[in-house]
Design a binder for this molecule. Structure first.
Ligand code: ARG
Length: 594
């Protein structure tokens, strides 16, 4: 469906033309004086010079041509040449009816769908998920849903970190603890056990222990580095152990992401790139793209126009080892081959900005991507604690994601139990749903690139710009609708938009609510184009506020005029659908009661 503002603009542009003026400046925007009018057009002012006429006169000529407009009413010219406009209620109602009948609620899919790969999550195998991974997961999931909703072919890729030092650390730590295991015996030629030599909770203890050791003991760290290289080079026993680490970690990681309502279409890993690296290196060398710098194989990516220092993209270290760079570049190779990617989006911490800049430049320069393949670094800021420093546990440690989620859920649970008498089982389930919304909305309502403060009390509040407030609004509507359905001996699912008709006298708050609803497609397309879920948050906050104002001023169920009541019901049903679609795109859902 056309965006409302575009329809309004076309209407005014038509009048400019009819009056004999250039219509290219006839843009309609939301009024910046809502006390005077709903929309405005400032085109007459922009035209005055070229037309050699006073803006007021131009505006008057234009307005004369709109006298029988079915789209506008109360058209007014205001000095020095503003055209103030209100939208016709019948037209607005018919627009909303069309929106309500459409599965996409008026959003047009993109005309040519793209293959989009979204690299998010980025969890590291065998290391607990920490809050840094939360942002990638939450933002990435929403971007994935938005891109898919717009009709693209989207692949969410977890791109797990399984090729780094942590694997070597675990290996040497285990070797110290259980040297008798066959994995460490270089002469062992038999089959390795199929059972892993540790459980997930043991693994959860081994890694932090080895990590601490490596910080205190340079020798230990060196051993771990060596082991990491040996894993990468394919030492048989180490590889078998590495596989166990992966197999034990994966279900746990999946469970964690599941609890966040985050899913991936592809559980890619850094190690997947390993096999294609030799071919890629050959390609880079044969193409003449590489140079050798202090023994390392690099691709120079700096350009004369650079204002900052851009380091070369290192492909192989002087000892032949591969780097994070190398796997990322090779991963792009496979994304081109397997997914024919038109656009790859990386949802990663801001601090990797320069790193990705070099990788992207390298991929372009070496023609690993198509000329028109888009590469986007969607960097996110840090989640800070109330002290403004990166979020930590009370005793200063790194906060684990599952603990954070539990903390929120418990706080919400306590709140529910304090407010009403619900069975504790139901309250627990509801607390999970609300807690997740609180967490995600608290994150997503900020522009991704900015740091934000994690404030649990603010996030779980049922009032203000929070996830629970949005859910509360949806629950309120659900409850009105189910009472209405009960009164008809019907079910909520049978309530559609029937009866949504044009009522002459609309309250200002009702019309306001309608105009907000009508913006949905504009907001979603904008959030998609800018990869900005926070725009959806701002929108549903406004929509919820406008609904609640309407609700407080309007008797809905006790309205005596049946047709008016039906119209109200249809309207709030559309508000509910719009809010639900929006929170789906943000990655959470509403409970039935709260
Ligand atoms: N595993 C990395 C980390 O924890 C994030 C991976 C981001 N994605 C990528 N393609 N490099 O920092």
């Amino acid at each position: 469906m056309k965006k409302l503002l575009d329809i309004l603009t076309e209407e005014v542009a038509g009048a400019f033309e009819k009056a004999g003026y250039d219509s290219s400046r006839a843009r309609v925007s939301v009024s910046n004086r809502p006390d005077l009018c709903e929309y405005q057009c400032n085109g007459a002012m922009a035209l005055a010079k070229v037309a050699g006429k006073a803006p007021f006169m131009i505006a008057e000529d234009v307005v004369k041509c709109m006298e029988d407009s079915k789209i506008f009413k109360d058209i007014e010219v205001v000095k020095p040449g503003f055209i103030n406009l209100n939208v016709n209620e019948e037209f607005l109602a018919s627009y909303l009816l069309d929106m309500g009948k459409d599965d996409m609620l008026g959003v047009d899919k993109v005309s040519s769908p793209k293959n989009i790969v979204i690299d998010f999550g980025g969890a590291n195998v065998a290391k607990p998920l920490h809050v840094g991974h939360l942002r990638s997961a939450v933002i990435g999931e929403s971007i994935k849903r938005i891109c898919r909703f717009m009709g693209n072919n989207v692949i969410g890729d977890a791109h797990l970190g399984d090729w780094g030092l942590q694997m070597g650390l675990i290996t040497v730590e285990l070797e110290e603890r259980k040297p008798e295991l066959p994995y460490f015996d270089e002469n062992f030629e038999g089959e390795y056990p199929t059972e892993p030599p540790f459980t997930i909770s043991e693994l959860g203890e081994i890694y932090p222990c080895a990590n601490t050791k490596s910080k205190e003991d340079e020798d230990f760290k060196e051993k771990a580095r060596k082991a990491t290289l040996e894993i990468q080079n394919g030492r048989r026993g180490y590889r078998a152990l590495w596989k166990h680490i992966l197999n034990v970690s994966l279900p746990d990681l999946k469970k964690n992401y599941d609890n966040l309502g985050v899913s991936f279409d592809f559980w890619g890993k850094e190690s997947d790139a390993h096999e294609i690296i030799p071919d890629m290196v050959k390609y880079l060398k044969d193409g003449g793209y590489t140079t050798v710098s202090e023994g390392a194989l690099v691709v120079e990516v700096k350009e004369d126009t650079d204002k900052k220092e851009i380091p070369p993209c290192m492909i192989l270290k002087s000892n032949g080892a591969t780097l994070y760079n190398t796997t990322d570049l090779a991963t792009i190779v496979s994304r081109m081959k397997d997914n024919n990617a038109d656009h790859i989006i990386y949802v990663v911490d801001n601090r990797q900005d320069l790193y990705f800049e070099t990788v992207f430049r390298c991929a372009r320069k070496t023609k690993i991507v198509k000329e028109d393949t888009e590469l986007t670094f969607l960097g996110f800021g840090t989640m800070n604690g109330p002290d403004g420093k990166p979020f930590k546990t009370r005793d200063g440690g790194v906060m684990r994601l599952d603990n954070l989620v539990n903390e929120i859920n418990e706080a919400v649970y306590a709140k529910i139990m304090e407010n009403r008498e619900t069975s504790s089982e139901e309250a627990k389930q509801t607390a999970k749903v609300i807690g997740l919304a609180a967490l995600k909305y608290g994150d997503l309502s900020n522009q991704a690139s900015k740091d934000y403060v994690f404030d649990i009390n603010k996030f779980i509040s049922f009032e203000g710009n929070t996830g629970p407030y949005i859910l509360y609004t949806i629950v309120r509507i659900k409850s009105i609708l189910s009472k209405y359905a009960d009164s008809l001996n019907s079910s909520v699912d049978n309530i559609g938009l029937e009866g949504y008709e044009i009522l002459s006298a609309k309250s200002a708050c009702e019309k306001n609510l309608e105009m907000t609803l009508a913006k949905f497609n504009e907001v979603i397309v904008n959030a998609y184009e800018e990869l900005a879920p926070h725009k959806i948050c701002a929108y549903i906050y406004e929509l919820s506020d406008n609904f609640n104002k309407f609700y407080h001023e309007t008797k809905i169920l006790s309205e005596e005029d049946e047709s008016r009541k039906k119209s109200y019901i249809a309207l709030i049903n559309l508000v509910k659908a719009t809010l639900e679609k929006s929170i789906f795109l943000l990655g959470f859902e509403a409970p039935d009661r709260m």
